[in-house]
Ligand binder design. Sequence first.
Ligand code: DGL
Length: 267
Amino acid sequence: MIMDKRPIGVFDSGLGGLTVVKALKKLLPNESILYFGDTARLPYGVKSKDLVIQYSNQIAGFLIKKNAKMIIIACNTATAMALKELENNFKDIPIIGVIGPSSIQASLESINKNIGVIGTIATIKSNAYESALKSIDKNINVFSKDCPLFVPFVEEGMVEGEAINLIVEHYLSSFRNDIDTMILGCTHYPLLEPVIKKYVSDIKLVDSASAVAKYANDILNDCKIKNGYNKEGSLECFVTDLPRQFEKLGRIFLGETIKEPQLVNEF
Ligand code: DGL
């Protein structure tokens, strides 16, 4: 039995990556997790590629210094822009993004091969999902839509109510294109799943969180770095601003208490 007790490093621009943490804790309860939410520099979805690469490098370096045995980029935007760069810069440990695993899952779920993708402006503009899906099966048709207002609503904890209903309707009511499967291509979006489902009740939704957790499990096994020690792992959080707000909303999203997040001022 392998007992690699080093933590898994997970990062996102803010709270959204906690959806990945939730899925990881469910599937891999023994693993300890370091979570980094870059709350001072959120949102990433409207920033340039160079800047997102710079932020991602800093955060991955920080988590590796804290002894992370694997990095999960729990952000579609950062995956689309910085995965290759991080793989090149940090060759000693596995670096996992969310786009590959979600695309595989969607390709398995879709019957008519018409797959929708919703995400931030940056993710949609990067065409990263389109390339990933086409490389799995070139006959897949991809229909993409950016939904830039979703992230600020989630970061405010406004995941239900009249305002978010109107916004979801605005983005999704005309976005059908005969798709039978839709990827929630932003780690913030699973928190809106109940509202989204109301407008696309006949479409299968694929969220990056559970897809990436399954993939992380495979990589931990393949690299022989899984923690077989039978004790619940810990969760330690780091943020670049507003730790109290992160703690308060994070608790709601994660469904459990978050130990006070540590504020990171420099890398
Ligand atoms: N959670 C990020 C993603 O998956 C987006 C949030 C942001 O724009 O910073 O793309």
